[in-house]
Design a protein around this ligand. Sequence first.
Ligand SMILES: NC(=O)c1ccc[n+]([C@@H]2O[C@H](COP(=O)([O-])OP(=O)(O)OC[C@H]3O[C@@H](n4cnc5c(N)ncnc54)[C@H](OP(=O)(O)O)[C@@H]3O)[C@@H](O)[C@H]2O)c1
Length: 233
Amino acid sequence: MALKTLPGGTFTLAGDLTVTRLGYGAMQLAGPHVFGPPADRAAAVAVLREAVDLGITHIDTADFYGPYVTNEIIKEALHPYPDDLHIVTKVGALRDAEGGWPHARSPEQLCQAVHDNLDHLGLDALDVVNLRVGGFDSPEPGSLAAQGIAYVPYFPLGGFSPLQSGELDAVAARLGAAPMAVALAWLLQRAPNILLIPGTSSVAHLRENVSGAGLALSADDLAELDRIGGEGR
Ligand SMILES: NC(=O)c1ccc[n+]([C@@H]2O[C@H](COP(=O)([O-])OP(=O)(O)OC[C@H]3O[C@@H](n4cnc5c(N)ncnc54)[C@H](OP(=O)(O)O)[C@@H]3O)[C@@H](O)[C@H]2O)c1
């Protein structure tokens, strides 16, 4: 299935780096709890190749997924990379022996993390490097707000827990759509600087997500969904 015009169109970062707003998050390609290799490496490779075939040009990753595993699978699947593909990685954390995610934000650690990403992805330069700030479960105090900065909400499909929202279920039931499709379509229509990186280890789910993100939502649907964040209450 070749689908080059993706729901949401594109967004330009820093004035000259254009990505599809509908991206792909690679974290689910590592093993259980984002630790170690996946049970089916060939399936992980297939998901990445399908993402690119569908026209996705934004893949989110990190060297601490696995660790190293996700980046190595991306390299195996896609290197040499298409010119328009932007692999966005992040630094600022490590994995410990128990699978924890300790901060790693010293200048030396950040420099090492950039070099590790370059090595494992097989790149000479990284297009975008996100500094992982904030807590894992909730934000930390402080603000990065500024005009034109892309907002990339992680866990757009609920992450490690299924989505649980009465508003989402109600709109999905009314439209005869899957709650996950409504979640993605809502985020794309909520603000033009929102980029999505839904994760999956399944080609079938990837296709569902790309198609579901194009679901048309009415103004009433959007107002109802906006109440998930406490707006309008
Ligand atoms: N910046 C950060 O600190 C940070 C933190 C966490 C994550 N991230 C990034 O955000 C991305 C997204 O997060 P995520 O992948 O953990 O969570 P997610 O996108 O919210 O949800 C992924 C989960 O949803 C399931 N899923 C996906 N599509 C589905 C479908 N159509 N039907 C049924 N189930 C479906 C996946 O299972 P299947 O594999 O079975 O499809 C997986 O269990 C990650 O890949 C990562 O790149 C960033």
